[in-house]
Design a protein around this ligand. Sequence first.
Ligand code: AMP
Length: 368
Amino acid sequence: MVMTRIAPGATLGIVGGGQLGRMIALAAAQHGLKAHVFAPDADSPAFDVAAATTVAAYDDAEALARFASSVDVVTYEFENIPRETADRLAALAPLHPSASALATTQDRLSEKAFVNGLGIPTAPFRSVDTPEDLTLALAEIGLPAVIKTRRFGYDGKGQRMLRVGDAIDPAAILSEFGGAPCILEGFVAFEREVSVVAARGADGAFAAFDPCANTHRDHILALTRVPAPGIAPATAASAIDIARRIAEALDYVGVLAVEMFLVADGDGPERVVVNEIAPRVHNSGHWTIEGALTSQFAQHVRAVCGWPLGDPARVGGVAVEMHNLIGDEAAAWDAILAEPGAHLHLYGKGEARPGRKMGHVTRLLLPP
Ligand code: AMP
């Protein structure tokens, strides 16, 4: 890949203005770069820490052109930007990760076909556009299963479990999703969920953070622990190898996260099944800000600027826990500040609505 090397003093364009964009902008500033954030909402958390901001819709061609021509390189913190937006940006400025990596991973159907094409297991799946498709897919895959919209799902939105014994009305189920194209996945009876956050540089270098164990509450990530407690070294190595193969096949530049299920079906090491790929920095990588020699945000900035990747090792080899502060959990900020060694991050969001990620706290579990 032809890669422009960006120098400090240059401007990094970030599409998307949430907490991920905010933390990328902070890492850009740490490296002497200016961040220009493009987001549709004037209240975007990333705007507080950016040198320049554009408030415009993702399909506003004129605003995109002005933005792209005012920056030296563009990245994104949000995979649900339209493919056309990515193509427009890429025509005017270097875009990392690429528009094609974005397109493959933002649709669950193309994503799973791509992963299976590499010989990596996923849940069995079928494309579902009509009630007839769903009936056929259920006959082939069986119950339990999970129906999901192909695009725009996050934090459990746009998906529904179908259990053994449920009375299933295919037309009613599809209308719940507003007729959006869907995918039916077989239910994976997993032991636990892990993710690998990793980076690939413009020169093809690859660096993975240690696989971490993720616990969800109400479909929202609540807790990340690293190293994943009790994970067999062979399983950890296999999870990292899967992330590497995915990054290489996408010719990826930047940080990505691969969410995986670990399945125990015998006496051997747990089997790794890929759930999904996030073509961006990821909530399960927030622990790296204090817990790793290079944070995922600094790593992403390095990769998209064409710089050498940093060392992803855990600081002193310590174990780390990251708790999300969801909704009114952020009201405990003063108690967290009083706790020795707790690292508090708040995203500057106004209203603490239920389910809203307001911040996170990271604790390095230092030996006594
Ligand atoms: P997703 O939006 O695909 O990340 O799914 C959200 C969560 O739902 C996952 O983290 C799992 O806990 C659960 N889930 C999703 N798909 C499946 C599946 N095929 N089998 C079992 N659990 C699933």
